[in-house]
Design a protein around this ligand. Sequence first.
Ligand code: 13P
Length: 249
Amino acid sequence: MRKQIVAGNWKMNNDLAQTEALITELKKWTKTSDASIMVAPTFTNLWQAYQSLKDTHIEVIAQNMHFAKNGAYTGEISATMLKSVGVETVILGHSERREYFNETDELLAKKVDAALENEMTVIFCFGEVLADRKSNNHEKVVESQIKNALFHLKAWDFKRIILAYEPVWAIGTGETASPEQAQDMHAFVRKTLADKYGYEIANSVSILYGGSVKPNNAQEIFSKPDVDGGLIGGAALNAEDFFAIVNAF
Ligand code: 13P
């Protein structure tokens, strides 16, 4: 059985006091689904969040990292630094990193390697922009994002890879991919993985959907056979909404 996961990507929101307040709220809610829960605060609040959540069922994860071990990379954070504050999982390839920080597939391949070398788990994001969807190129775009950043990996590396399909046109826009659009893309991605690594691997990898997931649409999206959970932005900033999504399974 594939792992079901709901991860909250807090993006560049919440200072330390707000992070503590949100965590206090999160701790009041009970999980009634089997889904694993993760939250990704900003770098400056990881240690505090880890301390507050380490004895709970909520894992603290990071939103990004650099590929180098250390060195002259002003403003960057390495895998070993993340691990030193209790972080074992990192989101890589988010469309906001690709768009605003020019992260390419080639760079992401290096980041994935660095995370895996440090025995971290990666939530690897990919997804097409609206123009790709309109011109019916969405599968081609997604296929090349995945192939370029991940297909140099060995089959066993996929034990530490979680995929997240985030159509850029659905992020923060209130416009969600329909459950059918999500399912179609997830099935396509699984087939792409299977063609390269075989169905045993492809069927073991969790594929999350992200893009305007809310309490009122989560259940329908999560009911699709190839959707194994969600990567949640805006709705993850509210504990009640976030847990409504966690419990939508
Ligand atoms: P929204 O849920 O706000 O659309 O954001 C999705 C996302 O980018 C999660 O990484």
